[in-house]
Design a protein. Structure first.
Length: 322
DNA sequence: AAAGATTCCAACCGCAAGTGA
DNA sequence: CTCACTTGCGGTTGGAATCTT
């Protein structure tokens, strides 16, 4: 059965030849694609418009980044996947020069296996039970993961107004600043923007390396209970949000997040000054010269956090912003 | 060296949402 | 509102490339 878009013409299928690529590149770079359905005819190609579009977007576009994914890209994919599930197009938007197809292929051929090898369910990002590890064909059932969760799990980390004190004076020795410095260093996994109204919680970057990630993290003599909260039906126990008005879990999916206080209240957005730390699998800073306390943040109103940036988040017991 | 098994990814398919007549 | 058409997305797959026996 042929495609709806090209059932009349005789169209070529399968791999593209260099000559076809050349024709498509020449046409789009000079004329733009306009309506994709008219591209093959105008470009002199025996293809359907859909095929032309796909070839251009996934392979011929000049702004594509080729080559292997970096570790940083891999980490970003995992972090965002934890939130969004298989929303490849959304994930790819956070990786300049990468396509949804490329991300999806990388996930299916590489990341998935890595996570399973680490005993992590690639669908839920929870730990697999021993039964699931032995027979991981069964792990896609979310109910099967319930047993992995603590009974009384609750939200964990939020950026709160104290961040301002911490950031505006890295040498501050005030008690609130010290308090925050004890908290775990976390990575923000995605690019937030302005329209979401939820606050954010976060889990350590090293979560998928850390078998105790549902437990307690020890750091600087302080311990922080680190528990997952709901983000989406696809990812019920992953990284996620709390609704700041009524405190319920946001069970829906989302693409973006606002860091800071709820709308109408003081809004502290932050951007890091260089350099950023590089954390190893255990969450330790790979560059010992970059102590956490030396990190300096500029707080700017309504700025966008760069993808994958690090910031120090303060654990708070409840989301009372006043 | 050769055959069989496995991996990987470019491209396909069907569906849903958007758009405009 | 319906209908036709386009665009974009995620799941799936064919077969080339690579690995294993």
């Amino acid at each position: 059965m042929g495609h709806n878009c090209c059932s009349k013409q005789k169209v070529k299928r399968g791999l593209w030849s260099p000559e076809e690529d050349e024709k498509l590149i020449k046409y789009i770079t000079t004329q733009g694609h306009g309506s994709w359905s008219s591209v093959p005819k105008l470009a002199g190609l025996q293809r359907c418009g859909k095929s032309c579009r796909l070839r251009w977007i996934n392979y011929l576009r000049p702004d594509l980044k080729r080559g292997s994914f970096t570790e940083r890209e891999e980490r970003i994919i995992i972090d965002i996947h934890r939130i969004l599930g298989n929303r490849w197009a959304q994930i790819a938007k956070h990786l300049p020069g990468r396509t949804d197809n490329e991300v999806k292929n990388f996930w299916n051929s590489c990341i998935k296996k890595k996570l399973i090898a680490q005993g992590i369910d690639p669908n839920t990002h929870n730990l697999l039970s021993s039964t699931q590890i032995i027979n991981n064909n069964n792990y896609s059932n979310n109910n099967a993961c319930n047993t992995l969760l603590p009974h009384n799990y609750s939200p964990v980390f939020f950026v709160d107004s104290q961040m301002k004190e911490y950031s505006s004076s890295s040498s501050s020795s005030s008690s609130s600043s010290m308090e925050i410095m004890k908290s775990t260093f976390l990575q923000l996994p995605f690019i937030p923007s302005s329209h979401e109204t939820n606050t954010m919680s976060a889990l350590p970057t090293s979560e998928y390396q850390n078998p105790n990630f549902f437990g307690t993290i020890q750091e600087n003599q302080s311990s922080i209970t680190c528990l997952p909260i709901s983000s989406s039906p696809l990812n019920p126990y992953g990284f996620g949000f709390i609704d700041e008005n009524n405190g319920i879990f946001n069970g829906g999916s989302f693409d973006e997040v606002l860091i800071g206080a709820p709308p109408g209240k003081e809004e502290a957005m932050l951007q890091p000054k260089q350099p950023q730390p590089v954390l190893n699998h255990d969450g330790q800073n790979m560059n010992p010269s970059l102590e956490k306390s030396n990190f300096d943040f500029d707080f700017l109103e309504s700025t966008v956090l760069p993808c994958g940036m690090y910031c120090n988040l303060s654990p708070i017991d409840q989301f009372a912003w006043d």
